[in-house]
Design a protein around this ligand. Structure first.
Ligand code: G6P
Length: 613
């Protein structure tokens, strides 16, 4: 995890770094730090806490420098404190490093360095790397760039690093493997960051560094790239597509609320150019060349983590129902380590908002090595997962900044629906009348989501009633079971209330024991095949004096009579209900968390992009 940012050029670097670090805080916020090089003096400021703490810490201190590096941390090795905060000095204190990733063999390298007299100040793996680099430079008597290259050949693990040295005041050295790194090219200036958000307001020209590449970034002149095996590479300059407005709050108090409200648009964007009700067709250009693989597939395996895994579960219901291809849904972290059975005719669909999740990436590599076809569903264009897959469809939801995923989830489910519909149409597993009907229904979803957003005041009122709950249960059945899981996850993530999602009928086998008059039970009881069954499950909760808050289809009377509170959502086809029913649960969690005074966009201990396993 962690966010890294760096600058070299003519401007004062500190304000650029601080702004960039704020944008990267979604990657971690355990500590923050900067190092500035000015007139031969190397200064490091770093402290525990968020970037705003760092700003307070540096108030009144000299922050001059036109070459600098900065970091926001999500702790792995070493507790979050001032000492473990990045940047880290080398033994001589002549050079500094920032790092995102994990150096897995740091302990053995550290032991050797300690033997040869090195003293370490922190518990981090990162400090070991900069000591190693300096040691190689001295022992081998090589230039800094060569020392970096030789050191990176010795390390096992993942890294995106930036290094600055007193002896090279006009050069930044950066490298990556496994963790993302983008270089922005301005006029006589360069920017470096973990993603493009700190760069976009200065330049649209960027180079995404590939794994095992090192970039030598001069104050003036051209950027040079070579691999850690010492092969020269020509930088491939791309134009950024994101707009500055997309990464700002636009008048909303929190990114999460902004992103919830963006859903009518983001769902539309994820369908744009892909769907034509009049022509009765779905077009997914990204997977066009892989359609045959889907048609031949004996099995589809979804791999993902967190909210994206919940989208995969919706995908299971969709693909099995529409395409009749058997589906498995796997946590990437489990899949990669349990010697899974993977066939060459499997289609593996990796779902990831960030496109950087380390476990998902590793699971992809494993499935790829067994000959399976890998399809990606990512939000971040050009991300590592998008590049590691054979083909895929972007979700086009726009940047998601709030750590709790909202619009990315509905965009993933939208793309999965289109994909399942398209394959079903090609396979002939659904009649064309059903295909047409679903295409028209899905086109109407953004408007229906808009209607749900209009019930915000009522949802806020309900949030006020249950804001002090210590436990909550979320129930759903069929297509809404994954929504129940996602609803519970949203509440846990941002309000720190213990919540569990369950298939409504499974409640009898355990969670029912928890129900009492204090316990809110959120039930998705929309019209569909299991409606009557869910009604019975609601009765079971009522009989134990549980409080029922039901998400129902507009006009429903039966559940309304039984529930303590109901939230109506517009009617849609059962297979599309996840897209509409997820919205009130997102809003509910949001309001509860606000009322409890929680940090909405940066909940404790979490990070948006999990680049460590
Ligand atoms: C983190 C985020 C979640 C996200 C999960 C998977 O835990 O906080 O919101 O669902 O990672 O991330 P991905 O980027 O692969 O969808």
């Amino acid at each position: 995890m962690c966010g890294i940012v760096a600058y070299i050029g003519k401007k004062e670097a500190y304000p650029i770094l601080i702004k960039g670090l704020h944008r990267l805080e979604y990657r971690g916020y355990d500590s923050a730090g900067v190092a500035l090089l000015n007139e031969g003096k190397l200064t490091v400021y770093k402290c525990k806490g968020k970037v705003s703490e760092l700003e307070k810490f540096t108030e009144g201190k000299s922050k001059a420098g036109t070459i600098a590096i900065g970091h926001t941390r999500w702790a792995t090795h070493g507790v979050p404190n001032d000492v473990n905060a990045h940047p880290h000095y080398s033994e001589s204190k002549n050079m500094v490093i920032i790092h995102n990733g994990i150096i897995e063999n740091y302990a053995s390298i550290k032991a050797q360095l300690v033997k040869s007299g090195h003293t370490f100040l922190s518990d981090t793996d990162t400090e070991v790397l900069i000591h190693l680099i300096e040691n190689i430079q001295l022992v081998e008597n090589v230039k800094l760039g060569d020392a970096v290259r030789l050191a990176l050949n010795q390390v096992i693990g993942a890294y995106a690093i930036a290094i600055m040295s007193k002896t090279n005041p006009d050069e930044l050295i950066v490298a990556k493997k496994g963790s993302p790194l983008v270089i922005g090219i301005g006029v006589d200036e360069y920017f470096v960051a973990s993603d493009a958000t700190p760069i976009v307001e200065y330049t649209k020209n960027v180079v995404y560094l590939e794994d095992e590449e090192i970039a030598f970034i001069p104050r003036k002149g051209e950027l040079k790239i070579k691999t850690i095996k010492n092969r020269q590479k020509t930088p491939y300059i791309q134009e950024l597509e994101i707009q500055l407005e997309a990464i700002e709050k636009g008048g909303f108090p929190h990114f999460m609320l902004k992103e919830i409200y963006e859903q009518p648009r983001s769902i539309k964007d994820s369908m744009r150019g892909r769907l034509s009700a009049s022509k009765g067709a779905v077009k997914l250009g990204g997977i066009a060349e892989y359609e045959q693989k889907f048609l031949n597939a004996k099995r589809i395996i979804f791999i993902a983590c967190g909210t994206s895994w919940h989208a995969g579960l919706v995908g299971e219901y969709l693909f099995e129902d529409l395409t009749r291809i058997p589906v498995e849904v796997e946590y990437a972290s489990e899949f990669r380590y349990r010697n899974p059975i993977i066939y060459e005719d499997d289609v593996v669909i990796a779902i990831s908002q960030s496109g950087e999740t380390a476990d998902t990436l590793a699971a992809i590599e494993l499935a790829k090595s067994k000959g399976a076809t890998i399809i990606g569903i990512c939000n971040v264009v050009g991300s590592s997962i998008a590049r590691a897959t054979h083909a895929g469809s972007y979700t086009h939801a726009g940047p998601e900044i709030g750590v709790a995923s909202t619009k990315a989830f509905t965009a993933q489910v939208t793309v999965l629906t289109l994909m399942a519909l398209h394959i079903a149409n090609l396979k002939g597993t659904i009649p064309s009348s059903r295909f047409q009907q679903l295409v028209s229904e899905i086109e109407a979803i953004p408007e229906k989501v808009e209607k749900v957003l209009a019930t915000n005041d009522q949802i806020k009122y309900i949030a006020g009633i249950y804001k002090n709950a210590t436990n909550a249960l979320y129930l759903g059945r069929g297509f809404t079971f994954p929504v129940a899981l996602e609803g519970a996850l949203k509440l846990k993530e941002i309000s720190y209330i213990h919540a569990e999602g369950y298939p409504a009928a499974e409640m009898k086998h355990g969670p029912i024991a928890l129900i009492d008059e204090e316990m809110p039970v959120f039930v998705i009881a929309t019209k569909g095949a299991s409606y009557e069954k869910v009604v019975s499950n609601i009765q079971e909760v009522k009989a134990r004096k549980g409080k029922i808050i039901a998400i129902v289809t507009e006009g429903d009377e039966q559940v309304k009579e039984m529930a303590d509170y109901t939230i109506e959502i517009p009617e849609t086809d059962e297979i599309l209900v996840p897209l509409v029913s997820a919205i009130p649960l997102q809003l509910l969690s949001y309001h509860i968390a606000v009322m409890r005074g929680c940090n909405i966009d940066q909940p404790r201990n979490l990070a948006k992009s999990v680049t460590v396993e």
